[in-house]
Design a protein around this ligand. Structure first.
Ligand code: TXE
Length: 482
């Protein structure tokens, strides 16, 4: 059976423990490869390789670094089919999605930061009268840690690694143990692109073992993490006494607010995507839908009709809209929320059941599910389900919907549908979220800040925000004689 090995100092190697984890193909429910179960010994080896590589990598010219990152981007693009197939097999997402979104974006992440680093600059402050000139150096931190989740595996792994490397750091990175395959393949791509040995080290294994060893390593000075809010809490607790720099991109329970004056057809088709893309396993999905009362009944009917037409099935079949959920425990978690919704008085308008797909009887399939709720305080509407499940309810006024939208512990993103520019401004300013999309969803310009407030995280990724995170600023003050 294929083994997913660690990539340390430019070579693939087995874990020190010789322990292996099962890697499942979620669309069939079978183990298809074995994952290195790494421990602190492997993390320390990766750290030593990264430490050795740092002086040279941090002193390469910007052009040289940029050229290597661009080459990685090109090789990802050249291997689009192979990587997309690997992603789909590992994660259960439709191959069409991996081909059109996940892998192209992984390539763009490298391409973007290859360019961005050539434009990254810092401030100078002259104090006239005091005869001093201050300028700020932005220096790489050293060895940094990147930990990523399973929902958009290569997409989010590279979203962290690319700026970290561009800024001149060396990296110890860990993908999710649920979807490690494309990160494993990335090692080879980096070697082929000429990334010097030790600059990027990829460790596999569980969160509590390999992930925690990265967080607890005394000399890994910054941690960029995307994953669940509870894990973020654990990481923050461990990292705080060590005064590590932390970027945490955590969960979301995002409102999708639909006003009657919106472009209805456009809203309807995008709302299908914002509800169920990637089986609803995107932290930016609009899982709480609020609809203005005057169009609520029409929306309910049209939306449910459209949802029922979504094709659930084998991710490798080109007509599939909804693939498999990522794992059996995750499927069970999502189903438990559907049960909870019924107990809480929610009405299942469509979906709610596991699906048996012919030829893939043991896969983790679930119908896209729409739940009408009466009380927005119910747990179904408050907790992150992270599956193909949305709640819907009507609202009457702008003020009312703002209260409901903001009444959750999360604050990642929000979507707003309206053609009224005044309302757009009023509501966007009052929404408690790091990202607001108006008349669109998941429209990403990589230069923009990305991240959430409240329990959705701390810090921002994207553009120069990411390059700032992965560098330390140092002010140099020079007194001159006039
Ligand atoms: O994520 P975890 P899980 C949400 C979603 C989901 C829930 C749990 O609601 O149901 O989180 O998912 C590593 N120290 N999101 O359990 O555990 C882990 O190995 C260091 C939202 O799969 O947070 C993996 O690499 N690392 C989300 C990464 O953290 C640790 C995407 C994420 O895993 C660790 C995924 C530890 N103690 C799930 N424990 C989003 N915001 O996009 C785990 N890890």
């Amino acid at each position: 059976m294929k083994k997913i090995l660690n990539y340390i100092d430019g070579s693939y190697c087995e874990p020190f423990s010789q322990d292996w984890l099962d890697n499942y193909n979620p669309s069939k429910g079978v183990v298809y490869s074995k994952i290195a179960s790494s421990s602190s010994v492997d993390v320390d080896n990766a750290y030593l390789a990264a430490k050795k590589a740092f002086p040279s990598w941090s002193n390469t010219t910007i052009n040289e670094r940029s050229a290597i990152l661009s080459k990685i981007a090109d090789l990802i693009e050249d291997n689009l089919d192979k990587l997309a197939e690997a992603e789909s097999l590992d994660n259960g997402k439709p191959l069409s999605l991996a081909k059109s979104v996940d892998i192209p974006r992984a390539s763009s992440n490298f391409k973007f930061f290859a360019h961005a680093i050539t434009q990254f600059s810092s401030e100078a402050h002259e104090s006239i009268g005091l005869n001093t000139m201050n300028f700020t150096l932005r220096q790489p931190i050293g060895v940094v840690g990147c930990i990523s989740p399973w929902n958009l595996p290569l997409y989010l792994f590279t979203w962290k690694i690319a700026p970290a490397l561009a800024a001149g750091n060396t990296v110890v990175a860990k993908p999710s143990e649920v979807t490690p395959m494309t990160a494993f393949l990335l090692g080879d791509i980096c070697s082929k692109a000429g990334l010097p040995n030790g600059v990027l080290n990829i460790i596999h294994g569980t969160g509590p073992s390999a992930g925690q060893a990265i967080v607890e390593h005394p000399n890994i000075k910054a941690i960029s993490f995307t994953g669940g809010t509870k894990t973020g809490e654990v990481i923050a607790r461990k990292a705080a006494p060590m005064f590590k720099k932390l970027s945490l991109e955590l969960g979301g329970k995002n409102p999708n607010i639909i006003f009657a004056d919106c472009n209805y057809e456009k809203m309807l088709s995008v709302t299908i995507k914002s509800s169920f893309a990637n089986q609803g396993q995107i932290c930016l999905c609009g899982s709480r839908i609020f609809v203005e009362k005057s169009i609520y009944l029409k929306f309910k009917k049209d939306f449910v009709t459209k949802v029922r037409k979504l094709k659930i099935g084998d991710p490798f079949v080109s007509t599939t809209n909804i693939g498999a959920l990522v794992s059996k425990p995750h499927l069970e978690k999502v189903v438990s929320y559907i049960d909870l919704a019924k107990e809480e008085g929610g009405k299942i308008l469509t979906g709610g059941n596991k699906v048996t797909v012919n030829g893939s009887e043991n896969g983790y399939y679930l119908e896209p599910t729409v739940i009408e709720i009466q009380n927005q305080q119910c747990r179904t509407n408050q907790e992150e389900i992270f599956g193909p499940v949305v709640t819907i309810m009507p609202f009457e006024t702008e003020e009312e919907v703002l209260v409901m939208a903001n009444n959750v512990k999360y604050g990642l993103s929000a979507t707003l549908w309206t053609s009224n520019i005044d309302r757009t401004m009023r509501v966007s300013k009052k929404i408690e979220a790091g990202i607001v999309w108006v008349n669109t969803w998941l429209n990403r310009d990589l230069r923009t800040p990305f991240g959430g407030i409240k329990n959705s995280g701390v810090g921002r990724e994207g553009g120069f925000e990411a390059l700032k995170f992965f560098t330390e600023s140092k002010n140099i003050c020079i007194k001159y004689d006039n």
